[in-house]
Design a protein around this ligand. Structure first.
Ligand SMILES: [Zn+2]
Length: 69
C-alpha cells in the first residue's frame, strides 16, 4: 500500500467501493478511492450504521435531548 503514495508513474486504477466505477489515483479524483463525494458519504453512512454509529452520534444526541440537564 505504501507504494501507491510514492508512485509518480501511471496512476493507480481502482474501483469505487460504492458504485464500482473506475477511479484513478490522481488529482482528478479528490474523493478517491471513491469516484465522487456522494459515493464517499454513502459508504461512510453504511459503515456508521453498522457498529460505529454510537461513537459519533451519541454525543450529539445527548446534547440535543438534554438541553436543560
Ligand atoms: Zn462511485
Amino acid at each position: 500500500m505504501t507504494d501507491i503514495l510514492t508512485s509518480t508513474e501511471a496512476p493507480i486504477k481502482l474501483n469505487c467501493p460504492t458504485c464500482k466505477k473506475v477511479v484513478l489515483w490522481n488529482d482528478e479524483f479528490p474523493h478517491r478511492p471513491f469516484c465522487c463525494d456522494r459515493c464517499r458519504l454513502i459508504d461512510l453512512g453504511e459503515w456508521a450504521s453498522e457498529s460505529h454509529r454510537i461513537a459519533g452520534d451519541s454525543l450529539n444526541i445527548n446534547l440535543e435531548e438534554n438541553p436543560e440537564d
